[in-house]
Design a protein around this ligand. Structure first.
Ligand code: S3P
Length: 179
């Protein structure tokens, strides 16, 4: 990481089912940081579910809400920010997060992602007839964005606790300027 950066926050990016929320909550606990989730914030502000926003207003409208929120996050301190899986694909979002946060990508293989999300129904992008192909397709299209994170952690063989430990370790390294 660039030596002139001094991250005060920690942002978790990565595909749906990569474990951002579960690891993120543990990281926040361990660092005594606040925790926030961009999807949850959008839902509480609009009083609507993500699925409803996608269905009635379309994905671009949802991405605008995400983008507005990302801009506000620069004012946060000592916060673990868990982001929606598509957030890094919108121009400027990653650069904005990097001005104040260490950006950590939680990576998972398409098989592992499927295993984790197959019994969940709240994600509009995986509601089509062939969610497994959709996961492979979206992951391939997004890989280049996820790789722009400061740190990449493979979560396939790690528990949420182990992932959290790695994230905390990387954050402490970044803060001490050793990364
Ligand atoms: C999305 C991921 C979701 C949510 C929305 C779109 C995506 O968040 O933002 O359904 O484009 O990958 P999670 O990654 O928390 O599931």
């Amino acid at each position: 990481m660039n030596k002139t950066r001094h991250p005060v926050n920690l942002a978790l990016i990565g595909f749906m089912g990569a474990g951002k929320s579960s690891a993120g909550r543990l990281v926040a606990e361990q660092l005594h940081f606040d925790y926030l989730d961009t999807d949850e914030m959008i839902q509480s502000r609009t009083g609507r579910t993500i699925a409803d926003i996608f269905e009635k207003d379309g994905e671009p409208a949802f991405r605008k809400l995400e983008q507005q929120l990302v801009e506000e996050l620069a004012a946060r301190k000592r916060t673990v920010i868990s982001t929606g899986g598509g957030l890094p694909t919108i121009a400027g979002n990653l650069a904005s997060l990097k001005t104040h946060a260490l950006v950590v990508c939680l990576w998972a293989s398409p098989e592992k992602i499927w295993e984790r999300v197959k019994n969940q129904t709240h994600r509009p992008l995986l509601r089509g007839p062939d969610p497994q192909s959709k996961i492979r397709e979206l992951l391939a299209a997004r890989e280049a964005f996820y790789r722009q994170a400061d740190v990449l952690i493979n979560t396939d063989l790690r528990s949420a606790r182990e992932v959290a430990q790695q994230v905390v370790h990387q954050f402490k390294l970044a803060q001490s300027g050793q990364q």
